[in-house]
Design a protein around this ligand. Structure first.
Ligand SMILES: [Zn+2]
Length: 145
């Protein structure tokens, strides 16, 4: 048996130290969170993506009394991007929280589908973690063995 280890690389900085384009994208995610529909969890999440074309799109979590019918902010904006901009890869996604496992898998498949790494900015309080690829968030994805 061979033992292995895994290193995950990311950067961390304060929100007010982000590059202007990243700061703007994170602000769009924060703005999107304000419009989330989260009457059950009270956990409002926003996400914003910047496509390689420069277009910025926003999404937020949308809950439902039938719980599985709800959707996370990340998936709402990624599916919107693929539905309306099928030829454009996602360059960067900013999220006001840490993605759940389902969203990590969806982001990973989006990255593979477009053959283009997605930068991920995750906010936690005043700090932001920056990943160069979704692979760093989900190194052993559903179909990656
Ligand atoms: Zn999720």
């Amino acid at each position: 048996m061979k033992r292995s280890s895994l290193t995950i690389r990311f950067s961390q900085t304060a929100k007010d130290k982000l590059e202007p384009a990243d700061a703007q994208l994170m602000e769009q995610a924060v703005e999107a969170a304000r419009n989330a529909y989260a009457p059950y969890s009270q956990f409002h999440v926003g996400a914003a993506v910047r496509l390689v074309t420069g277009e910025v799109l926003k999404g937020n979590n949308q809950e439902n009394a039938s719980f599985p019918a709800g959707i996370c902010a990340e998936r709402s904006v990624v599916y919107y991007a693929h539905a309306n901009y099928p030829g454009s890869a996602i360059d960067t996604i900013a999220v006001t929280a840490s993605p759940c496992g389902v969203c990590r898998q969806v982001l990973l498949e989006s990255e593979k589908r477009k053959k283009s790494p997605i930068r991920v900015l995750l906010a936690s309080g005043n700090e932001v973690r920056i990943f160069d690829s979704v692979k760093d968030l989900l190194p052993f994805g559903f179909d990656s063995f």
